[in-house]
Design a binder for this molecule. Structure first.
Ligand code: FES
Length: 297
């Protein structure tokens, strides 16, 4: 089955609907949806401060630790040599700590997805939670003298974690969750975008630089230009809000500084490209960012 067909198949699984509702309610409560401090908490777990989503960084911890534990357990079973058993048990514990971080960061990111990615993400979460539960059981069995059972439960957890990782890959590579949606190929030479006379004050206007959608705004004596497609999931920033210093995306309310594009509020983690601006013969021209021009006149 191709990756696209797999995504379509999962999106038709209606039994995941209540799972989505439960995960959404948990995320809203855990990340303090209606509390002012919640914004800081959510930004932290998104990785807004990091300039990169935090979730894929943390998932390496359980996957790496549990892979090591599996290799040591196979060695123990194959040779009967249990000298490395303690190392395997420690790896299982490290994986459990990493899994807690992966669950929290993943749930926070998932809560800003819709439709197919949301459903695939719900299944990804269920499988990874099941893998974590297996490893929790394995850890308990190892500590309580049921070593053989502990290894078997660990193998089941490892198999589930691989399926979960595969779906995580699907979310990134097929559904483009967690990747930068802002344009990367920007014009290196100045290109005309619109007449200066057509630009009102403090109102965002959508235009194009070559084929790249941009938003243009006049703020007093300055003309500021930013890529229009939101780095989070591609929302149309020109349809959002401009308060004089920042732009808020209409889809999930990420907030970007209008001067340098840095993320002020997530869920976005990647900065929004801003353009260098000049005015020639009444025409606004832009090119790839090399710092903003404070006064284009
Ligand atoms: S598309 Fe999600 S915040 Fe812009």
């Amino acid at each position: 089955m191709s990756m696209d067909k797999l995504g379509d198949f999962i999106s038709r699984q209606k039994w995941l609907k209540p799972v989505e509702a439960a995960l959404g309610a948990t995320a809203d409560a855990l990340f303090l949806k209606d509390v002012p401090f919640g914004e800081k908490l959510r930004n932290f777990f998104h990785g807004t401060w990091f300039g990169h989503p935090l979730h894929p960084v943390i998932t390496d911890v359980p996957l790496g630790a549990w892979t090591a534990a599996t290799a040591l357990d196979i060695y123990e079973l194959a040779t009967g040599d249990d000298h490395l058993a303690r190392g395997s048990d420690v790896a299982v514990g490290i994986g459990l700590l990493g899994a807690a971080g992966a669950v929290v960061t993943g749930l926070n990111d998932w809560n800003y997805t819709y439709e197919k990615p949301r459903r695939v993400g719900a299944l990804h979460a269920v499988i990874n939670i099941a893998a974590t539960a297996c490893y929790l059981g394995s850890w308990w069995q190892r500590r309580n003298g049921c070593r053989r059972h502990g290894l078997t439960t660990g193998f089941a957890g490892f198999g589930l974690s691989l399926v979960g990782a595969y779906l995580g890959g699907h979310l990134v590579y097929n559904e483009r969750i967690g990747v930068n949606h802002a344009p990367e190929e920007l014009p290196h030479e100045f290109v005309p975008v619109m007449k200066e006379a057509d630009l009102p004050d403090y109102k965002m206007v959508k235009a194009k630089a070559d084929d790249i959608p941009i938003l243009v705004v006049r703020r007093g004596g300055q003309i500021l230009v930013m890529a229009e497609k939101c780095s989070h999931l591609g929302g149309p920033l020109s349809e959002g809000e401009f308060d004089g210093t920042s732009v808020v995306c209409p889809w999930h309310y990420s907030k970007f500084d209008i001067e340098d594009g840095h993320v002020i509020v997530g869920p976005a983690t990647y900065a929004q490209p801003c353009f260098q601006v000049r005015v020639r013969n009444g025409q606004i021209e832009v090119r790839a960012p090399r710092g903003m021009v404070a006064n284009p006149y």
